[in-house]
Design a protein around this ligand. Structure first.
Ligand code: HEC
Length: 139
């Protein structure tokens, strides 16, 4: 390759690199400009399934354990499985499990239902949304 051609190539490469760098900068900017995720953010059920391993210390989808089984929990009135021994507090709570009540429950069960016997919290809003998305699929 003669010198002029190789200089030309070098300039062309430099331009390509510069162009892709500015594309990256733009992408990063677009991400930071996106609205912050709220607690009601859409959950990722696949991630929720993995996170459910934390719940599985006490719960299963189809069997009662330390905690009640979870199949059909979204849409169910709290404390109403007849074959699980709930705390009087949860039975009397009058709650129905939906995305909003489950989110508050997972923030701090004792704050939502003083006297409950579940002591387990999920601090990260996105993780709560992901777990709730997974529970919604366990119909
Ligand atoms: C250390 C044990 C433990 C862990 C871990 C745990 N729970 Fe519980 N959970 C319980 C107990 C015990 C109850 C019954 C509470 C009561 O009767 O007051 C319960 C009740 C519930 C209920 C009410 C169900 C109904 O039928 O009304 C929901 C919903 C629930 N848990 C969700 C979860 C989720 C989701 C996780 C994981 C993020 C989780 N729990 C982790 C022990 C646990």
């Amino acid at each position: 390759m003669n010198r002029i051609a190789s200089d030309g190539l070098r300039i062309a490469l430099t331009l390509v690199v510069a162009a892709s760098l500015s594309a990256l900068t733009l992408a990063a900017f677009a991400q930071s400009a996106a609205p912050a995720t709220s607690p009601a953010a859409a959950g990722d059920a696949t991630r929720g399934k993995a996170l459910y391993q934390g719940c599985a210390a006490c719960h299963a989808i189809d069997e009662n354990d330390v905690g009640p089984r979870h199949r059909g929990v979204v849409g169910r009135r709290a404390g109403t499985l007849t074959d699980y021994n709930y705390s009087p507090a949860l039975k009397a709570s009058g709650l129905t499990w939906d995305a909003a009540t489950l989110d508050r429950w997972l923030v701090n069960p004792s704050a939502l239902v003083p006297g409950t016997k579940m002591f387990f919290r999920i601090d990260d809003p996105q993780s709560r949304a992901d777990i709730i998305a997974y529970l919604k699929e366990q119909k």
